[in-house]
Design a protein around this ligand. Structure first.
Ligand code: DX5
Ligand code: ZN
Length: 220
């Protein structure tokens, strides 16, 4: 299997020197950048929109992983595709026509991900697993960086890996929330392919070495 990917979340970056923070994270070995889009409705916080994603796109060639924590994402997927997203992830909790939404993301030329909150049953993902390129398992309640990893997430992670095996699918499993060098190894061995890390990376004194430390801990 390929080495785990560390995807730093720029929600925790210093927006006064965002380009520099991104460059340091990429220099540390991050092949992805995770963009957390929040609308103040689906989650109790507002972050940034397509224009910022477009600016990030102009600053780096790495894989842009856009996580839509917004109501009615169908209205915005084209804007994020146009802004340069490589992967667009929507929440199962916000998509009444999830199969159609994933199809639309693919029609826009992007990879399609589906995200699930800690309190949502994994069974609701079942139909989406036919088309999803990635499943994002929230390991904190969405809306903010800097929260503690929810421990029962390990059981969900192993269950998701089992589902993938039984369905003979090859979607990536991404873990998002409370990831650091101290739990990266447990998270990887429980089945994660992609580790999103926000505050552990961007609040550290050396961004590049923190990414490197998480990659090493994860077995990259
Ligand atoms: C939370 C976001 C996460 C968060 C990760 O709603 O989806 O990506 O920014 O930040 P940390 O790593 O600080 O938990
Ligand atoms: Zn996220």
């Amino acid at each position: 299997t390929s080495p785990p990917v560390v995807a730093p979340s720029i929600l925790a970056a210093n927006f006064l020197h965002l380009e520099n923070d991104i460059r340091q994270a990429v220099d540390g070995g991050a092949p992805w950048i995770h963009c957390d889009i929040m609308d103040g409705h689906f989650v109790p916080n507002i972050s940034f929109g397509p224009d910022v994603v477009e600016t990030v796109r102009s600053a780096t060639d790495v894989f842009l992983d856009v996580h839509l924590m917004i109501e009615d994402p169908d209205r915005y997927i084209a804007d994020f595709a146009r802004a340069g997203a490589d992967l667009i992830t929507v929440h199962v909790e916000t998509c009444p026509h999830l199969h159609r939404t994933l199809q639309s993301i693919h029609e826009l030329g992007c990879h399609a991900g589906v995200a699930i909150n800690p309190g949502t049953a994994l069974g609701t993902l079942r139909a989406a697993l036919e088309d999803a390129d990635l499943v994002l398992l929230m390991t904190v309640n969405p809306g903010f960086g800097g929260q503690k990893f929810i421990r029962f997430s390990y059981d969900r992670l192993r269950a998701l890996r089992l589902m993938r095996q039984e369905l003979n699918k090859s979607f990536l499993i991404e873990v998002d929330g409370g990831v650091s060098r101290s739990n990266a190894s447990d998270i990887t061995s429980a089945g994660a392919d992609v580790l999103v890390a926000g505050s552990s990376v961007f609040k550290s004194s050396d961004i590049a070495s923190e990414v490197d430390a998480i990659r090493n801990a994860a077995g990259a």
